[in-house]
Design a protein around this ligand. Sequence first.
Ligand code: PEP
Length: 256
Amino acid sequence: MRRKLIAGNWKMNTTISEAVNLAADIKKIFGSRVIKSEILVCPPFTNLYSVSEVLAGSVIKLGAQNCDFHISGAFTGEISINMIKSAGCTYVIIGHSERRTLYGETDEMVNLKVKAALEGGITPIICIGETLDERNAGNTFSVLERQISKAYSGIETDNLNKLVIAYEPVWAIGTGISATTAQAGEAHLRIRQYLRDNYGESASDIRILYGGSMNEKNSSELLTLPDVDGGLIGGASLKPELFAAIIEASENLSDL
Ligand code: PEP
């Protein structure tokens, strides 16, 4: 049984006080409820520790949006797994399309970051997804398979089910145009099949999130799909009532 994960990616939004208020608002709604889904918020680095203090004792987990793969040292401007762990994180988003496109993050770097996260006991959420050009050229699945195989390279079998994948079609991120249920369903099914074919039955336990303009209106339909195990949510995660509505949709569909 895969527990649904509803994760908010706050991106480069919120000052410390805004982040503390946003976290407190979400905590007010869900903090002490017995909940079937897992809830995660991923604020910017500077706000992690303050948000961890707000969330202490609640069911809401904390994640970072990126990390470096080195342990420590002369890497000006970078943040290590140990640092985010010491700020209270248990998850880290790796290889978000914005990092791949805007900051030149390669499949090889994603793989090193995944290894560093696992080594440090942090759960990586590995983002994969095709651009519109790649989709139009009929290359969606070859792109997804390449991204998975590179991200998974050299990972021990025992660690495979600790990885979370987020399927985020690049054309759907921040555009208000979500994948249709048919498109998301097809992609998630293919990803699951690829994982099973290449990594064996433990692939059945890997959670595959959908990301890309998920909101309070489309979340029920998307989360109903058999291989959609949660959502990675950008814009809608900045509004507590919208994020809460997505969590409620997940709760209504979870039978744990
Ligand atoms: C994201 O940033 O991962 C994302 C899916 O953003 P949005 O929900 O705004 O499309």
